[in-house]
Design a protein around this ligand. Structure first.
Ligand code: ADP
Ligand code: MG
Length: 552
């Protein structure tokens, strides 16, 4: 006998579900894109696991997605023969929202401003499946995990509970069946059992999906009048990254970006490239316009998928992108790697290193172009990802100078950010070093007494307030110039100290003898009476603070 169990949605899941049902979401068509995207992900997963599990290789043979329309009963189903889900996985992935970003999603949703639609947040946080409830009164999911005997039926009307029971399913994979709401064109609800409507949505949102999306469509009979049903693949399955840029529409790129990046916002920049020689590859990469919530989390997703000759080898492949470019999303397709390359091999593979080098160069070139062509857009990039890019200065991979040219800094020259090249163009003829000072915030640094002498001498000082600055700037050079801290090292007194000055000096030295190494008369200060200076080779105050915070 089959037992049907009833469960409640987790509170957060319920909130998102409600949001979908009483939808603020104007474009309801996207439910299909979300379900197809999940089917495509499930096929990717089965494919990737079958690379190392010969038992799965058999069932992964003929991947497809199928859409079935039932106009009479107003049902629509989307099936895949992908990885499927176990009972526990259904509970974990569908009944709750396992993603760590969900809480943030809901918070951002609450503080959402007027005219900043909720739909902008969808996708980035993976609430795709629930979008089915925008168009359906009831959703059923029949699934069987690859390699397991039993299947499961999940069902919900989106009312806060769902049921689960054991069920037969002849093959592995998942079928999501929607009991559609009555069509209501005024509220954006189309007749989703119409073949034209479905064909249209698939073409505009999912054309690039790399598995066939099949559906029965009506075709006029050849001889007599009337129609016959015929199987048709609705998508072209073209690998977008293989096409010349002028043969792909902006909309196609946009939808592809949403699919690979799980990001609703349009990207800031697209990088399409082909390389020959050392390493042959095709790339379609994107710079997002907004940092994802997990950019600074350990194990945060990076998002470049590695293909070998059009076949997906690894999602989120960290070996082909340096960590300081981990915000990049997209696809790299290599012509040289072997198809059975494994995770372990990847890390040492010569070809993989060549790919990483090529990808890095392309991205840095693209950033350079944005910086010189469109400063405003570059500022957007810098605001979102500048601190990540700067991490590259502390990683000696041969791109230090290229990265330095891409960095923007606060400086005493004004409120605007400056590049190093701009700084150098303003340097006085006799100025030898690039002056900088590090500290907890630009505002504090602007008022630092350490700057007084340099400012009076008309020299500019960079104000470095990111923790990472502390790490790369030590001993750094830019072309001929070295970086010199304004809070370190001696500055020679211009006049000999006077008699009473010396006695004041001895008094201060005596009083502070357990706290400071030495006390000197200095020409460094103009309006402040005293400041603390480090030795040339001492840690800067900011570095000391970082070390203290780390318990060192
Ligand atoms: P996301 O796709 O961003 O993870 P969704 O809400 O679209 O978020 O899906 C939630 C999860 O449910 C997926 O991550 C996946 O684990 C599971 N899932 C959804 N649809 C399928 C499917 N067709 N096959 C297998 N697992 C699925
Ligand atoms: Mg999804």
């Amino acid at each position: 006998s089959v037992v049907k169990e009833t469960y409640s949605f987790e509170t957060e899941a319920k909130q998102i579900l409600d949001m979908m049902i009483y939808s603020v979401y104007s474009n309801k068509d996207v439910f299909l894109r979300e379900l197809i995207s999940n089917a495509s992900d499930a096929l990717d997963k089965l494919h990737l696991q079958s690379l190392t599990d010969p038992d799965l290789a058999e069932v992964a043979g003929d991947p497809f997605i199928r859409i079935v329309r039932d106009q009479q009963d107003r049902n629509l189903s989307i099936s895949d023969n992908g990885i499927g889900m176990t009972k526990d996985e259904i509970i974990a992935y569908i009944g709750t929202i396992a993603k760590s970003g969900t809480r943030e999603f809901l918070e951002r949703l609450k503080e959402r401003r007027e005219g900043d639609p909720a739909e902008m947040l969808i996708g980035q946080f993976g609430v795709g499946f629930y979008s089915a409830f925008m168009v359906a009164d009831r959703v059923t999911l029949l699934t069987r995990k690859a390699g397991e005997e039993k299947g499961w039926r999940w069902e919900s009307s989106g009312d806060g509970t769902y049921t689960l029971e054991e069920a037969d399913r002849p093959t592995c994979g998942t079928t999501v069946t929607l009991k559609l709401k009555e069509a209501d064109p005024e509220n954006g609800l189309k007749d989703y059992t119409s073949q034209w409507v479905i064909q249209d949505i698939v073409r505009s949102y999912s054309d690039f999906v790399s598995y066939p999306i099949k559906m029965q469509v009506e075709k006029p009979k050849a001889e007599e009048s009337g129609t016959v049903l015929e199987d048709q693949t609705l998508n072209s399955m073209k690998a977008l990254w293989m096409k010349p840029e002028d043969q792909v529409s902006e909309e196609e790129y946009r939808q592809f970006y949403r699919h690979v990046a799980h990001d609703w916002k349009d990207p800031l920049e697209r990088i399409v490239f082909t390389t020959e020689g050392m390493s042959q590859m095709h790339g379609l990469l994107f710079i997002p316009s907004q940092a994802p919530y997990d950019l600074f989390m350990r194990d945060g997703t990076s998002g470049v998928n590695l293909y070998v000759k059009r076949i997906l080898i690894m999602e989120d492949c960290k070996d082909i992108v340096p960590s300081y470019l981990r915000f990049i999303r997209g696809v790299v397709d290599s012509e040289d790697l072997s198809l059975n390359v494994s995770r372990e091999i990847l890390q040492q593979d010569r070809q993989v290193r060549a790919i990483k080098k090529g990808v890095t160069r392309k991205v840095l070139q693209s950033l350079k172009k944005i910086l010189s062509d469109d400063r405003d857009r570059y500022l957007t990039f810098w605001r979102e990802f500048g601190t990540v890019l700067k991490e590259g200065l502390a990683q000696d991979d041969g791109n230090g100078d290229a990265i330095k040219k891409l960095c923007l800094f606060s400086s005493t020259a004004g409120q605007d950010l400056t590049t190093l090249e701009e700084y150098i163009s303003r340097m006085k003829a006799d100025q030898e070093d690039i002056h900088y000072i590090t500290g907890p915030s630009v505002e504090i640094l602007r008022n630092s007494p350490h700057l007084e002498a340099l400012l009076e001498a008309g020299e500019e000082v960079l104000l470095l307030a990111d923790p990472v600055d502390e790490i790369w700037v030590q001993g750094a050079r830019f072309g001929e110039k070295s970086f010199k801290s304004a809070s370190q090292g001696a500055s020679e007194p211009k006049e000999e100290p006077e008699e009473d000055g010396t006695s004041l000096l001895s008094f201060i030295k005596e009083t502070l003898k357990d706290t400071v190494k030495d006390v000197k008369i200095s020409s460094r200060l103009k309006s402040s009476p005293a400041c603390i200076v480090g030795d040339e080779d001492d840690m800067t105050p900011q570095m000391e603070r970082i070390m203290k915070a780390m318990g060192k």
